[in-house]
Design a protein around this ligand. Structure first.
Ligand code: NAP
Length: 488
């Protein structure tokens, strides 16, 4: 199916060049990259393909704008964010359509992401005027200790394709609020949402050079000169643990401030006393939000032995009723995966588990035809040695395991290199608190299948990374502390 005239108009409405120092310009040599609609495999448009010299020009612009921007009154920085928040909300329908076209998720989910993305701007518009310091009498009574907060300086931001706008606003929001300038590089597959966002920030009055945007097909060679540039002060990355590790190595040479939001392998624990129907509702959200392509996606369901089979059957019933289709079609609940490679990886993980003895209750196959669709899948009797026990699935696949005791459940949940989020379903408050305290994750959903909230600190531990986005903690990532020893 080809894209409609209305869809084409939304794509055409976005500027597709690089934004450098307030000027929209082509990449060196006029190079471009195609952007594909994953539900058809067709090319939607072409965007600029930045080369290393373009990225360096973007950093030059960020460095040049930094001194003035850091002196900009906090109230005005906040008001820019507030205006941008309002514009995003006003344009929800068109931004959601754009996101669905480049990323595939159903329109209703894209609207959900637009609301979530905008919320970071509203939250940080309020945080901009609450950057505080301390004044204290030194313990010996003689001197005074003054502590102040200042912007970190020019930041490099690298974001993934799965949440094309929200992963950007939760970095741009606090950076603007704190007074940092930035170079943003969105994922190659989903640049359009970020390009549209840059246009909105311009309209909201963000001064030239504060946000510079580069789209590129060769992220490694384009970004590395920036990471080693002494003028850069911070790298904030959301993406896979594998790429995060490489970037940390590169950044160590330049001793950069880092925030790393990396992969996940979220356990979803259901105890025997839990309301099973409620747990199924939470499981559907935790598994199927974003077609399973979320770092917070429930990657494995650990269910108390006596209710495991019943849970798996109920979940399979819900999963088999989901409507698969192009995200723009009315009623679609499951869109395509991002590309064929991602879909093949999901299929390989499913077949590895089946080959090792798991049973498919529903799904376990690709959908024939154009686009990268995969059937929602529930796997029972999954052996511990199946690869998807340890690997991030990033697709609509729910493996169900059973546990005996509370200790066994906690041990199974923690048996992973990752530590982003866990979900716990129980009606027993004491059990809930014991389990929550025992979990090695940065976040826990207690009797709910979603944790994302702009006013809460989002982030992981272990190989899921470090640093927090959102909440009061979010702005701290963009501030340095300066201590002044005052001689009275
Ligand atoms: P990815 O392959 O790690 O890519 C993420 C970003 O890094 C993209 O912009 C990519 O550019 C860029 N990149 C890749 N290699 C690079 C290099 N050598 N130097 C500089 N930049 C480089 O991840 P993804 O497949 O887009 O996203 C999925 C992953 O993100 C999952 O593991 C998921 O769990 C994680 N994630 C984590 C969070 C969180 O908050 N913890 C949130 C969302 C997603 P290209 O597009 O050009 O490759």
């Amino acid at each position: 199916m080809s894209i409609s005239t209305g869809e084409q108009a939304v794509v055409e409405g976005v500027k597709k060049q690089l934004l450098v120092g307030g000027e929209w310009r082509d990449a060196s040599g006029g190079r471009t990259i195609p952007v594909e609609d994953p539900s058809t495999g067709e090319t939607l448009c072409e965007v600029a393909d930045a080369q290393p010299e373009d990225a360096l020009a973007a950093l030059d612009a960020a460095v040049e704008a930094q001194a003035d921007w850091s002196k900009h009154p906090p109230r005005e920085r906040g008001e820019i964010l507030r205006r941008a928040y309002e514009k995003i909300v006003e344009r929800t329908d068109e931004l959601a359509l754009l996101m669905t076209l480049e990323m595939g998720k159903p329109l209703a989910e894209s609207k959900g992401e637009i609301a979530y993305a905008a919320e970071f701007f509203r939250w940080f518009s309020e945080e901009a005027v609450r950057i505080e310091g301390r004044y204290a009498v030194a313990p010996n009574g003689a001197g005074r200790l003054l502590t102040m907060k200042q912007p970190v300086g020019p930041c490099l931001m690298i974001t993934p394709w799965n949440f094309p706008m929200a992963m950007g606003t939760r970095k741009i929001g606090p950076a603007v609020a704190a007074g940092c300038t930035m170079v943003m590089k969105p994922a190659r597959q989903t640049p359009l949402s970020m390009l549209a966002l840059a246009g909105i920030l311009e309209e909201a009055g963000l001064p030239e050079g504060v946000l510079n945007l580069v789209t590129s097909s060769s992220s490694g060679s384009t970004m590395s000169p920036l990471i080693s540039d002494r003028r850069l002060r911070k790298l904030t990355f959301t993406g896979s643990t594998e790429v995060g590790r490489k970037l940390m190595e590169q950044a160590s040479g330049n001793v950069l401030r880092l925030s790393m939001e990396l992969g996940g392998n979220a356990p979803f624990l259901i105890f025997e006393d839990a309301d099973l129907d409620d747990a199924v509702v939470g499981a559907m959200v935790a598994k199927m939000r974003n077609i399973g392509e979320a770092c917070t996606a429930a990657n494995r369901f650990h269910v108390a032995g006596p209710v495991a089979e019943q849970f798996a059957e109920k979940l399979a019933e819900k999963m088999s009723a989901l409507k698969i289709g192009r995200g723009t079609e009315e009623g679609t609940q499951v869109g395509p995966l991002i590309d064929d490679e991602q879909r093949s990886k999901v299929d390989e993980l499913v077949h590895d588990a089946l080959g090792k003895g798991a049973k498919a209750l529903v799904g376990a196959e690709k959908v024939e035809g154009s686009g990268y669709f995969y059937r929602p899948t529930v796997l029972g009797d999954v052996p511990e040695e199946a690869d998807l026990r340890q690997e991030e699935i990033f697709g609509p696949v729910a493996p169900v395991y059973s546990f005996g005791s509370e200790e066994e459940a906690i041990a199974a949940a923690n048996d992973t290199e990752y530590g982003l989020v866990a979900y716990v379903y129980t009606r027993d408050l004491k059990c809930a608190l014991r389990v929550v305290e025992g979990l090695e994750t940065g976040m826990v959903g207690l009797n709910q299948g979603i944790v994302s909230n702009a006013s809460a600190p989002f982030g992981g531990v272990k190989h899921s990374g470090f640093g927090r986005e959102g909440g009061h903690e979010g702005i701290e990532e963009y501030l340095e502390t300066k201590y002044v020893a005052v001689n009275l």
